[in-house]
Structures are given as C-alpha cells and as structure tokens.
Ligand binder design. Structure first.
Ligand SMILES: [Zn+2]
Length: 719
C-alpha cells in the first residue's frame, strides 16, 4: 500500500500510539520528532563503514604514533563538519613494553614465539599490535615452577591451599573470565606469586564455542587478550588531580605501591597448552577447572618451569610518562549553554580495534556530525569526546573529569558512553533515572518489527536496562561526579577482544556485516542526546530509580539480617525512604505532564531543571562506599572484588560483607537520608511546576551538600 491512504493510515497509527517523549510540550514534541527523523536519515551505515575502515587500518595504542594518527583524523573530520574540536593533553604514567620473552625451561626447552599469526586475506593481522605484556605489568625477570590456579580468584587460591599447593615464588597460570584481570593480578601478587600468565581458555573463548577466525568469529589458537591490570583508574601518578603538564606527580616509591609489582603476561591458548600439558602434581580440585584444551588439567607445582623476562620503558629518560590526547568538540546550547549532555567513546585500542573501540568512535562521530548539521542546534550544550588511554585505566576520561569537575558537577545532565557497540544484539545499562529515556528514544530508531525498541523487547515485556558496573568511561561521570550515565550498543558474540584479530574484516564478516548496527547505535545516540538537550523539563524517571533501588534492596536486606545481624529496626528507615521516593517520583511525573500540557514558562522550567540535576548528585558522599578510591556513589559502583560487575548499594553491601551491624546501621541511615533529600527535591520540582513556591538552594556537587559549588575540584581525590 502506497500513496495518500497509506500516509493517512500511518499518521493515524502514529497518533494513536503517540510515542512517549517525556519532557516536551505537545508542540515541541512534533518539532522534535521531525528533527529526530532528520538525524536518523542523516546517519547511514556506509558512512560508518568507511570511517571504520580508516580508523581501524592499524594498531593505535595510547601513547604511540598510531594513536596520534587517529587523533589527527578525528580532528580533521570534526573540523570539516564544522565542529571546531580541541585536543586536551595529559601527561600520564604509561610505561610501554620494550621486550617480552617467555621460555619453557623444564621438562624440556621451548622458546615461545609471542606473536599472533597473520590471517590470509586480512592484511591488518600482519601488523603486530602491542606486545604480550599486560598494561601496567611490572617489569622483571623470573624463573620458577608453574601452578595452575583456575580463574585465579579468591576461592581458587583457597582450593589450592586446601590441596597444600603453595603459589609463593611460583609462576601462576590463570584463565581469563569471571572478573577484571587487574583483580587477578592483585590476588596473585598478594599470594606471593612471582609472575602471572593469563590466557583465554578455548572452553570460554575459542574453538569450543565455535569456529575460530577466519572460519568463524572465535579466538584462534594464537589469539591473545591484552589489557590493563591496573587496579583502579586514572593516572596512578596523579591521584590528587588532573595530569596536566607540570602537575605534581608521585615519586617512584609511592607510585610503585599503586601499580602491580609482578610481571603479568597475556598468552594464547596454544602457549598455555604447551605449558599446562606439562603441569602434573595434584589433580584439579573441581571439574570447573578443566578447560577445553585436549588433556587433563593438573595444578602442579611443576614439573613445568618457565622463565619470564619483561622490560618496559619506565627506567628511560621520561620515566614511562607519555602524553595522551582527548579529542573534545562542543556544540554550544542555544538556551541553557551551561547545562551539558556529554557523548563519549574511547579512541585508543590494543590493536586495530575495529570493535573495541572504533565502533564506538564511529558512533559518536556520526551522531556529532548529524547533530551539527541538523536544522536546529540543541538548547543545552552537547559535548562530544573521544577519550584516549581508556584501555590502560580510563585515563583520558578520569583526567578530563578531574580537570572539569566544577562545570560538570554544576551542569552535567547526562553522559552517554559507547564502547564496543558493533555486534548483533542490542543491550543497555544506565542510571535508573535515564532508563525510561533510552526505551523512549529506541522507539525512534529503526529496527525489526518497526523500531529498535520492538527488536530489543523481543516479546511484549519492557526490555531490561541493566545497572552500570565498571570497565568503561562512564565510571568517572556516574560514580565519581554523580551524572546520570548510560552505556549501550550491540554486543558481539565471538572472541577477538583485545587481540590482533579485531579488524575491519572480522567486523565486516562476523560482527556487524553492513555496519547497520553501528549506524543504529549512532542514531540512538543522536536522538537521545538531542532529547536530553532539548527537553523543556528533564525527563529523569525518579520513581523508576525508586523501583530499581527497591528490587536491589530486598535481597541485600535479607543478607544484612543473616550476615550482619541487623534487626528490623536497623533497616526499616530505608524501606520507608524508598517508598517515599517512589511516591515523590510519581508526584513529579504527574506535575511535569500537567505543566507541559499547559502554559510553559522558561524561568520555571530552568529552576525545576536545576533542582532535578541535583538529585543524582545527592546520592553519593565524599568518603565514598569503599576505604579508598574516588568512587562516591552509594547507589551503584563497580565491585572492587570483580572490577566489572555492579555492586548495588555499595556502602551497605560493603558493611554486610564486613559483617558489621554497626556499619550497616550507619550506612542505612546515611542512604535513607540521601533518598529523603532526593524525594524532597522531586517534590520541590513538582511544586514549582505546579505553580508553587520556589525550590531551595541546590548543591552542584556529587556529595556533600555543605560544599560550595565553586570549589569542587578539591573533592576529586584518589582512586
Ligand atoms: Zn573498550
């Protein structure tokens, strides 16, 4: 069916299922819809494909000429699109490997060739990416017997201890998976290991899962997962502020305590097989330790012995310090320029990085280009940022947020992150305040069944938006500054992560043939950013936040009683605070809808928005939930025991882990008070929108309400 009848019918269908677009007046809604249709049409898969081809032509590790070339390409493109990008340079401790050797010395001698084999037909795989040394590994020279430690986590070492196997002074081999590799490095060092070898077992990430590259998407025999083992984030040498040139830096001794003290090497499952097949001693303690290599695994120690030799440039003239360069373009808001929506993706990689993270880079570039070329500029400022040094420990984003903490704290509305988005299945994690906005925006992006939302939803339930844990550049925005954040895109099946096989050809064949999902991620980003930038009243979903906290509190509450001996009396205050926040959120939502369907007044909207911006900021405290570190959020953090996983209500959860009833009580009181303030703010905004009395003074920083907004840089402390 075509022609006017179809158009009319389509119009009727459209009107009857008027897409939710929270935060806009009816008239603004239709203007915004037209604007969004233009953004979606302007973002074409072929453009992302050709950008990706250029950006993934060669390895571009932070601090190398390859990465400088990527930076210059971004500057040229953004400049040509009228975006006036700037470079923000930081000087960070970033030691690069200079020599890495691994040799089996017993029961026989094999000098391993630490190279990923090139694949015919994919010339980029001939360009050797970063050497086989994990980021921030210590240099060193070690020769010792080998012990296999399963996943190399707490419980695994406990099992070894039960078997009477001591890892002290030995070279330990651990599988990747289940936790951030930096946690494994820290544990190996704490247990006295002399060196750690990390490998991807084919059972998790290789031929057991499916055909390996180039026949299929999975990790081939010589594929290696590189990656940082820094425990924490940001430049370890400048814990107190941004690593601007000339900034005070920790002396070598103090710095050494903040980085791993043993050599940590990523190895292929081929090399791991050569070593592990020569490990005997005790049988593995549980069946889960058996991987997919074709022999029975044992824990040792020995008789396999290896020699590790790893050198880096930290003893060189610059002490391992290098410049990293964020690329930042600002599209100034026409009405509320001091309020920001930040779109970011990291622009460094371990190799050619077609998925991680050329995919995210092309997404923010395409979104920025479309937004800049749109018929109307955004009402709030949109900042587009390419972060350097993410792979080493979120260096570029943490240093940048430290430098700009004051203005971000005062006016940050949202941060949208894109990291490894070029796969087949859409997924999203977000601050609960933003979850509904993502679902609403996904309705404006094409997809199977009519929209990305339909495709994402599958059946007829609402699609799940996950909680943000750790491992990418949303961390400093969300967990340190209290800016509602989101991270989304299409996940890839298959294992070329951090290897030399994460290439344009792999992506074109297996990850996202045709680059359609790259384009759809960019379309979602453009639509979502423009909505958040143009909304008359910010669309934060406060009752959604309360609902999410309620569902996370329920199981933790049970544990607080069981593991810390908390009583009903200790905990009831948080139950009430969550319920009250729910009610306040509903009052806000209906006041917002009423206000937007009536006469809107710019000054009232602006004041309500100032109050709404403060809600997330109030959910953290200066001292944070953990003993050390820059994380301040008391609602969501990354679990220090895991590094990637979310730890919900981290203050209370930590108290429960400590088994401390006293601390559980004080954490419950603290969070209940903060949720109480959030409810007050939601009601203040609701009253204001309903024509009531003005809202109170609003703190602009994440945590302490008594702090002054004009001096928040002091609030950025060490992680
Ligand atoms: Zn990444």
């Amino acid at each position: 069916m075509t022609g006017p009848a179809a158009a009319l019918l389509a119009g009727l269908v459209w009107a009857s299922s008027a897409p939710a677009q929270t935060g806009f007046t009816p008239e603004a809604r239709s203007r915004q819809r037209a604007l969004e249709a233009g953004l979606v049409a302007a973002i074409r898969p072929a453009d992302l494909d050709s950008m990706a081809r250029v950006l993934s032509a060669a390895p571009h590790v932070a601090g190398t000429p390859g990465q400088a070339a990527v930076r210059d390409t971004l500057l040229a493109w953004l400049g040509a699109w009228g975006l006036e990008p700037e470079v923000e340079t930081y000087e960070v401790f970033l030691p690069h490997a200079t020599e890495v050797e691994l040799t089996l010395v017993a029961p026989e001698s094999i000098a391993f060739d630490l190279v990923e084999e090139p694949v015919a037909g994919d010339p980029v795989t001939r360009l050797e990416p970063y050497p086989w040394l994990n980021g921030y590994s210590a240099p060193g020279r070690v020769e010792a017997e080998v012990v296999y430690t399963g996943w190399g986590l707490h419980a695994d070492y406990d099992r070894l201890a039960e078997l009477g196997v001591d890892v002290e002074g030995r070279v330990v081999v651990a599988r990747y998976g289940r936790a951030y590799r930096g946690v494994k490095a820290r544990l190996a060092e704490e247990r006295g290991a002399a060196a750690l070898l990390l490998y991807s077992d084919p059972d998790d990430d290789g031929y057991v899962q499916g055909d390996v590259y180039p026949e299929g998407p999975w990790r081939p025999w010589s594929g290696v997962q590189r990656g940082s083992v820094l425990d924490g984030g940001g430049d370890p040498a400048t814990p107190h502020g941004p690593s601007l040139p000339g900034a005070p830096r920790l002396a070598a001794g103090a710095l050494a305590e903040r980085v791993p003290g043993i050599p940590v090497l990523p190895i292929s499952y081929r090399v791991a097989g050569e070593i592990l097949s020569r490990v005997r001693g005790a049988d593995i303690p549980e069946t889960g330790w058996q991987g997919g290599l074709p022999f029975r695994y044992h824990v040792g120690p020995g008789p396999a012995r290896v020699r590790v030799r790893a050198l880096d440039d930290r003893d060189g003239p610059r002490g391992g310090v290098k410049a990293i360069h964020d690329v930042v373009a600002t599209i100034e808001g026409t009405e509320w320029p001091e309020e920001f929506v930040v779109i970011g993706a990291h622009i460094d990689a371990w190799g050619a990085g077609a998925n991680d993270n050329v995919s995210g880079t092309t997404s923010i570039l395409a979104a920025a280009r479309a937004i800049r070329a749109a018929a109307t500029l955004p009402r709030r400022t949109i900042v587009v940022a390419g972060w350097d040094g993410e792979e080493w420990g979120l260096l570029g984003s943490i240093e940048w947020t430290e430098e700009h903490a004051a203005r971000l704290g005062a006016g940050g509305v949202a941060y949208l992150n894109q990291d490894a988005v070029g796969g087949t299945r859409f997924g999203a994690g977000a601050a609960p305040l933003l979850a509904a906005s993502i679902r609403e925006a996904a309705l404006a992006v094409p997809g199977e069944g009519g929209s990305l939302l339909k495709e994402w939803r599958g059946g007829d339930t609402e699609p799940e938006v996950g909680d943000l844990g750790g491992g990418s550049d949303f961390e400093p925005f969300y967990q340190r500054l209290g800016i509602p954040s989101a991270s989304y895109g299409f996940g890839a099946s298959g294992g070329v992560y951090h290897s030399g096989y994460d290439t344009h050809r792999w992506m074109s064949r297996f990850g996202d043939p045709g680059y359609r999902n790259h384009a759809r991620t960019a379309q979602l980003t453009a639509v979502l950013a423009m909505r958040l930038a143009n909304a008359e009243v910010l669309p934060y979903d406060v009752s959604g936040l309360a609902g999410r906290l309620d569902s996370l509190w329920a199981p933790l509450r049970v544990m607080a009683v069981a593991a810390a001996g908390a009583t009903e009396d200790d905990l009831a205050r948080l139950d009430r605070a969550v319920d009250d926040l729910q009610a306040a959120g509903e009052e806000l939502a209906s006041a917002r809808e009423r206000y937007l369907s009536g006469r809107v007044d710019g000054a009232t909207s602006a004041r309500a928005n100032r109050i709404l911006i403060a809600i997330e900021r109030g959910l953290g405290r200066e001292s944070g939930p953990f003993r050390d570190g820059g994380v301040r959020s008391l609602t969501f953090a990354s679990d220090p025991r895991n590094g990637y996983a979310t730890l919900a209500l981290p203050g209370i959860a930590t108290a429960v882990r400590e088994g401390s009833r006293e601390r559980v009580r004080s954490e419950v009181l603290d969070l209940a008070a903060r949720l109480g303030s959030a409810a007050d703010r939601a009601r203040d905004a609701a009253r204001l929108l309903g024509g009531g009395s003005p809202g109170p003074a609003v703190p602009a920083t994440f945590s302490a309400p008594e702090r002054r907004a004009d001096n928040p840089s002091q609030e950025v402390d060490a992680w």
